[in-house]
Write a protein that binds this ligand. Structure first.
Ligand SMILES: [Zn+2]
Ligand SMILES: [Zn+2]
Length: 224
């Protein structure tokens, strides 16, 4: 776990993620304020109360964002995860099927034409060889024989699913979808009829945790 430790004659300062523990060997000066402090012997232990971590929705959307990094499609990068009882049971990102040339290497003619501006956005999707991220997560369940369970599972996706993916999600028992971006092809009437809840997460929250991740990488590690 990335953490930092500072030791000087007057204090020890330890920081890990968002927990800050400072031990002062002398009385605190007037401008040193802490939320909780304990006096043991001559030392003062000060513990910060600023502990924070992502909510479940933010946590699983971050997993979908990570999956997105593996996308091999030239036109759009999407990631998806399926979650049951707060556990990730499947993952997917968009791209050509296994064993087929990657989309960015020319594996999908339709994506290539789209990139060259010869096809409009959303057109000729039936000729696209790239599997959608949600479809790949759903197929992950099929390949490994994982059920969504009687209480239903949650689909986290960096885009709202298209009509095809929505049909498959309903079929396997997805009861809630948590999304970041909207997609023009989404059938909200179908989603409503199936009794599936759709939640859109604020992108700023995901950006916040992505920044935190980088900040933690930059912190000095405690020497072993
Ligand atoms: Zn593609
Ligand atoms: Zn789709």
């Amino acid at each position: 776990m990335p953490a930092s430790l500072k030791i000087n004659k007057r204090s020890i300062y330890f920081r890990s993620q968002n927990v800050i523990i400072a031990i002062f060997f002398e009385n605190l000066s007037k401008n040193q304020q802490v939320s909780n402090s304990y006096i043991i012997g001559n030392a003062i232990f000060a513990v910060s109360s600023s502990f924070e971590r992502p909510t479940w929705d933010e946590y699983f959307m971050l997993q979908a964002e990570l999956a997105k990094l593996r996308s091999n499609c030239m036109t759009r990068h999407v990631g998806a995860v399926i979650v049951r009882n707060h556990r990730q049971i499947a993952t997917g990102y968009n791209g050509t099927p296994p064993g087929i040339k990657n989309c960015f290497e020319g594996g999908c003619k339709r994506c290539q034409l789209r990139m060259e501006g010869k096809i409009e956005s959303g057109a000729s999707l039936d000729r696209c060889l790239c599997n959608h991220a949600e479809a790949n997560a759903i197929m992950h369940c099929a390949i490994l024989g994982i059920e969504a369970g009687s209480e239903g599972a949650i689909l986290y996706t960096t885009f709202v699913p298209c009509l095809e993916c929505t049909k498959m999600a309903i079929t396997i028992g997805i009861k809630k979808m948590v999304c970041l971006d909207t997609y023009p092809e989404t059938d909200y009437e179908l989603i409503e009829e199936a009794g599936v809840k759709v939640i859109t997460l604020e992108k700023t929250k995901i950006e916040y945790w992505a920044k935190k991740l980088i900040e933690n990488y930059n912190e000095k590690l405690i020497p072993k």
